[in-house]
Design a protein around this ligand. Sequence first.
Ligand code: IMP
Ligand code: MG
Length: 180
Amino acid sequence: MDHSNYVIDEMISAKSIAARVESLAREISEYFADTDKLIVIGLLRGSFVFIADLARELDLPCEIDFLETSSYGNSTESSREVRILKDIRGEIEGRDVLVVEDIVDTGHTLKQVTEMLLTRKPKRLKICALLDKPSRREVDIRADWTGFEIPDKFVVGYGIDYAQRNRNLDHIGAVRFIEE
Ligand code: IMP
Ligand code: MG
């Protein structure tokens, strides 16, 4: 089937996202209030908009780093094996770390990434995900902070893509394919 024809139905407005990001940042700032520095690690590329907004709301000394894992490519199917394509630049041993992810879907990405980061012995490692699709979970992993729980729909916008498109949408929308 040709998936080039689709429309995007708004699921979460830009305004709702902004309000939620503000409250997440408040909770995270309270939790890490005593930190000397928080290392905020964004998972590329989907979290780039979220991390930019979240980091600016954090009332903490921060360092921003990025990690890139292999993705779904141009398909909506999940690959179970997660490879590190780009590692973080900094050291995290003995440091406070916040991993920022766009969506927790099957959970394989976050599980494998956090297990790998934990081998480097951070002081505290917490996870903040903008979206969670709990019905899709295949492995036991939960974000410590979640923006929104959503149903099993393929979404785009606010950094999240479908075949590299629609990342620049200011809201989250569900992809609906149109049959020819
Ligand atoms: P997981 O390993 O199955 O949890 O997959 C997580 C990754 O899959 C996310 O970081 C996204 O990059 C991608 N992903 C999962 N669901 C969606 C979606 O609805 N739209 C776009 N990307 C998605
Ligand atoms: Mg991702």
